[in-house]
Ligand binder design. Structure first.
Ligand code: 8Y4
Length: 280
């Protein structure tokens, strides 16, 4: 299995890829200005790369439930300078976390190789044409609803079946737009229009999504379903996040998106060492 993302090619099986999260959102405590914000994000990205991140995911819009949308101009101002510097200064592949085709296009021009689209449930194909034209990688994430409404009352007859059908439909529609399956990564979208029970069923059922013969990405890092199950506040969710990452790797996930790169690298390398020695 191959993943193509512009100049990068990842051949699987291979050690799990760790995607480090870099948020470029204004700090409410110190209004240090644009240069300060860019510097801070670049410095954080360098730290994550030094900890072993294989990919850096740069995002300028908060996707927490109910968060305020950010304008296209503001999102461009936040992420493009960071991506330009990272692409020029570091060998680590950069992805852009955006739902806006114009931001994706500018990010790819600035040196990003992959688009992380949490709104792959979109009904227009502008984003997919941008991805096709650049030969970029594309993370196709499942979400029910929009970030503003998704957690109101998510309903599924069978969440694993419906997410699987979504993947099949999107792989077909992406190919119609010129995005080959080799460019696509699939993601069940933990926390995006899902109850605690839905999230747990998806995590327990990850193996089922390997049938699409595409790399699977998982993002669980510090998410609120962990708080709901265990009563842990955001800073105390690392052990549960690592447990999810280890089980995901054992069930065929190839990319883990995380805030905590050093810890996730350790958990995942240990899991892989055990899996290599497992007899059926
Ligand atoms: C603390 C901090 C608690 C952040 C929760 C969060 C995914 C994603 C996000 C994911 C892909 C988040 C952009 C949500 N989650 N992209 N993005 N997959 N592909 N919340 O699961 O991290 S943002």
């Amino acid at each position: 299995m191959l993943l193509r993302a512009r100049q990068f090619e990842f051949q699987f099986p291979r050690p799990t890829l760790i995607m480090g999260i870099v948020n470029v959102t204004p700090d409410s405590f110190s209004d240090g200005g644009r240069f300060f914000e860019t510097d801070r994000a670049v410095a954080h990205a360098c730290t994550l790369a030094a900890q072993g991140a294989d990919l850096l995911d740069i995002g300028g819009e908060s996707t927490r439930p109910g968060a305020e949308p950010v304008s296209e101009a503001e999102e461009l101002r936040r992420v493009i300078p960071v991506i330009e510097r990272l692409a020029a200064e570091m060998p680590t592949p950069v992805s852009v976390d955006t739902v806006k085709p114009a931001v994706a296009r500018a990010a790819l021009q600035a040196g990003a190789c992959l688009v992380n689209d949490i709104a792959a449930n979109r009904d227009d194909d502008a984003m997919w044409r941008v991805v096709a034209e650049a030969g970029a990688g594309y993370v196709c994430m499942h979400m029910q609803g929009t970030p503003q409404t998704m957690q109101a009352n998510p309903v599924y007859a069978d969440v694993c079946r419906e997410v699987g059908e979504f993947f099949g439909d999107r792989l077909r529609r992406l190919e119609e737009c010129g995005v080959t399956p080799e460019q696509v990564v699939l993601d069940v979208g933990i926390g995006f229009g899902k109850t605690l029970e839905h999230n747990l069923q998806l995590l327990a059922g990850l193996r089922r999504f390997t049938c699409w013969q595409r790399p699977l990405l998982l993002g669980v890092s510090r998410k609120s379903f962990i708080g709901k199950l265990l009563g842990a506040e955001t800073p105390e969710r690392l052990p549960a996040s690592l447990a999810c990452a280890a089980l995901a790797v054992a069930n065929g996930v190839q990319i883990i998106r995380t805030h905590d790169v050093a810890e996730t690298v350790q958990a995942v390398r240990m899991t892989e060492a055990m899996l290599e020695r497992q007899t059926k």
